[in-house]
Design a protein around this ligand. Structure first.
Ligand code: CO8
Length: 258
C-alpha cells in the first residue's frame, strides 16, 4: 500500500509506521492525516498484529501540524482539520493492541499529540517534546489539551502549553510522559524488544488489559472494577489462560498458538 508521508511495514506480528516527510520534519498536513487514518484502519483489520510502533524518519518524530497549510485556513477549515486529526488519533488510541511511539527527535505540537495518543513512549536521548502552538497565536487542536493534562497532570500540562518550552527526553521521563529513554542508535532495538515482550504475552489478556486501562480514564472506580471482573472472568476457559497457568505449574514457557 502507498501512503502520503508515511510507510507501513509488518515484521513478525509487529507493525511499524514510519512518518516520512523529512523535508518538512514529518509535519502533518491534511493528506498525511487522511493516509495515517487509513493506515491505522487497515492495520486494525489485521488480527495477526500484536503491537504497533510509530516512529519518524530523519531528525524529527513529527514537528507538528503543517504550519504552511494552517496559515491558509479559515475558521471553518481549522475546525474541520482539528476534528479530522482528533478522529485519526482517536482511531489510533482505540486500536485493541498496544501502540508504542518510538520518539526519535522533535515531537512538537501535533507530533507530541500523536505520541500521546499512543499507549507508551520510548524516546531517544535526542528527542524533544513540546507544545509550541501559543508561539504561533494558536493552541493544541488534536486533543492535546485533554491528553497532556491526563498524562502529566494539570499544572505540568499548563506549564508546557503556556510557556511553549520544549523539554528533553529525560525531563519527559521524569514527568511520566516517557517510559524509557534510549541512546539514538538503540531506539528502534529497544522499542522492538518491548514490542516483542508484549507480543510474547497472552494475546487476549493484553487486549483486555488495554481495554480496561483505557476505560479507567472515564469510568468510576466502582463501575471500572465491575467491568474488570467481567473481563477477568472472560479470560477463563480460553485455551490461552489454560495453557498459561498449566505452563506455570509445569515450570515451562507457555506454548500459545496464533
Ligand atoms: N510545518 C511545516 N513545515 C515545517 C514544520 C511545521 N510544523 N516544522 C518544520 N518545518 C519545515 C521548515 O519550514 C523547513 O522547511 P524549509 O527547509 O523548506 O524552510 C524544514 O522543515 C526544516 O525545518 P528547520 O529548518 O526549521 O529545522 P531546524 O532544525 O532549524 O528547526 C524546529 C527545527 C525547531 C522543529 C523548527 O522547524 C520548528 O520550530 N518547527 C515548528 C514547530 C511548531 O511550531 N510545531 C507546532 C505546529 S502547530 C500544531 O502542531 C498544532 C496542532 C493542532 C492543529 C489543529 C488544526 C486546526
Amino acid at each position: 500500500m502507498e501512503y502520503h508521508g508515511l510507510k507501513v511495514e509488518i515484521r513478525d506480528k509487529i507493525a511499524l509506521i514510519t512518518m516520512s516527510r523529512p523535508q518538512a520534519l514529518n509535519a502533518l498536513n491534511s493528506d498525511v492525516i487522511s493516509d495515517f487514518n487509513r493506515a491505522v484502519k487497515e492495520l486494525s483489520q489485521n488480527k495477526d498484529i500484536r503491537v504497533l510502533i510509530i516512529t519518524g524518519e530523519g531528525k524529527a518524530f513529527i514537528a507538528g501540524a503543517d504550519i504552511k497549510e494552517l496559515s491558509e485556513m479559515n475558521p471553518a477549515g481549522a475546525y474541520t482539520f482539528s476534528r479530522k486529526g482528533q478522529q485519526a488519533f482517536e482511531r489510533l488510541e482505540q486500536l485493541d493492541i498496544p501502540v508504542i511511539a518510538a520518539v526519535n527527535g522533535f515531537a512538537l505540537g501535533g507530533g507530541c499529540e500523536l505520541a500521546m495518543a499512543c499507549d507508551m513512549r520510548i524516546a531517544s536521548t535526542t528527542a524533544k517534546f513540546g507544545m509550541p502552538e501559543v508561539t504561533l497565536g494558536l493552541m493544541p487542536g488534536f486533543a492535546g489539551t485533554q491528553r497532556l493534562t491526563k498524562l502529566v497532570g494539570y499544572s505540568n500540562a499548563m506549564y508546557m502549553m503556556t510557556t511553549a518550552e520544549t523539554i528533553t527526553a529525560e525531563e519527559a521521563l521524569r514527568l511520566g510522559l516517557v517510559q524509557i529513554v534510549a541512546e539514538p542508535h538503540q531506539l528502534m532495538d529497544t522499542s522492538m524488544e518491548v514490542a516483542q515482550k508484549i507480543a510474547s504475552r497472552g494475546k487476549y489478556a493484553v487486549k483486555a488489559v488495554k481495554e480496561l486501562a483505557r476505560k479507567s480514564t472515564h469510568t468510576s472506580m466502582e463501575f471500572g472494577s465491575e467491568l474488570e471482573s467481567e473481563a477477568f472472568a472472560g479470560l477463563f476457559g480460553r485455551p490461552e489462560a489454560d495453557e498459561g497457568m498449566l505452563a506455570f505449574m509445569e515450570k515451562r514457557k507457555p506454548q500459545w498458538k496464533g
